[in-house]
Design a protein around this ligand. Sequence first.
Ligand code: 4AD
Ligand code: MG
Length: 477
Amino acid sequence: MKHTKVKDLLNGTKTLHEVKAKGWVRTFRNNQFIALNDGSTINNIQCVVDFENTPDETLKRITTGAAVSVTGTLVESQGAGQTVEIQVTKLEILGDSDPEKYPMQPKKHSLEFLRENAHLRIRTNSFGAIMRVRSTLSFAVHQYFQEKGFFYVNTPIITGSDAEGAGEMFRVTALPFDGTPRTEDGQVNFKEDFFGKETNLTVSGQLEGETYAMALGQIYTFGPTFRAENSNTSRHLAEFWMIEPEVAFNNLADNMDLAEDFIKYVIKYTVDKCGDDLKFLEQRLLDEEKSKPQAERSEMSLLEKLSFVMDNNFKRVSYTEAIDILKSSKPNKNKKFNYIIDEWGADLQSEHERYLVEKHFKCPVILFDYPAKIKAFYMRLNEDGKTVRAMDILFPGIGEIVGGSQREERLDVLLQKIADLGIDEKELWWYLDTRRFGTAVHSGFGLGFERLVLFVTGMSNIRDVIPFPRTPQNAEF
Ligand code: 4AD
Ligand code: MG
């Protein structure tokens, strides 16, 4: 007999028939009740073992973490907390788990401990829920863009262009460390490297994505990106996943509309599909917040926060307005910010972003028209000659979740910008060709997938929303 997923057993209406389930034992109580989980849902199915007719040897092997197969009759449950249970007639231990050594004991573990056991933490309620939500969110990303007629493009992970300037890069090389080939003037001779040039792991698929948008019209990427920044924060990973749509003929306003609509869609899709997991995560967050001082607790529950984002317009505010708000804000006047804002042109730190979102506007904010000086070279210069058509979306509890812009489509302006920044034009010959042959207004953005998962799950550390986090000094697993 084929086994049935626990989720389907729990949702089924037909009882009194024979079923088989396979999964891992979460707990075994009174030598009789197995709480069995197979990962298909956060809910366990209760399996009632006929202990009088089961050899002691077998009963001893029903330990937390063991893999078992149970066959029996699905019946309406007598106990509270579940609708159906399995009256076991046949039990098979598929894989033992030494209860003395199994790290995932049926008790509360710290998130730090679970990170050290990232290969087993998925067997806890929290991480099962987080990873199912993550999977649903990624499917929603494809569903949204595919429904809208976007094409999915796989931009290279190994890149020969390092002109984006989005962050420090990881080098990709096949050269030896000892006896590295050198040129006559003592530099590393990359001509002898695998690709015959310097290559790195990509920090963004945008530049390649733009070339595709200028042919397919509307594209998106969804892939891994790498940044070697030494930022050990709860919002940064060295390897993270980014979604980058790029659309020909879209201006900055269209770009904002797209980003807002997209975020609302994927959240709604996930709320509709992941009810049980989100309810669990909501309660987890409430419990966690109980240990915080009143002032730091969130006013809304997780599901209320998600509804709030879906139901309200994001506030659109120019950088200049934001600076005025920040300059006259209490924490700025009382020197509570680590970085005091005293003049136009200052780069915003996450403390400022979070002040705007959490204290001032109390809703998601789209900041636009940033000073050209603090943004990338490819952003469209405004008529004022000092701001660019950039936009960042800021979320409560997260800070920046999206960074994007309308792109500079004018070849001469772009060339000047590149020259001013000292970037070698030859490096970008293929990128510049999009401006030489049929250039057009176009826009796009990048959404950090893990930051979205953080928001939707209510977790507070980005290391807890990606299966095997990569951060400075940490590449275990
Ligand atoms: O703002 P960023 O650097 O934008 C770009 O890379 C553009 N090329 C995107 C585009 O216009 N196509 O990064 C985009 C987003 C950020 O808003 C943030 O959510 C996320 O990527 N991000 C990170 N997430 C986790 N760890 C990091 N180290 C991240 N750096 C950026
Ligand atoms: Mg950014």
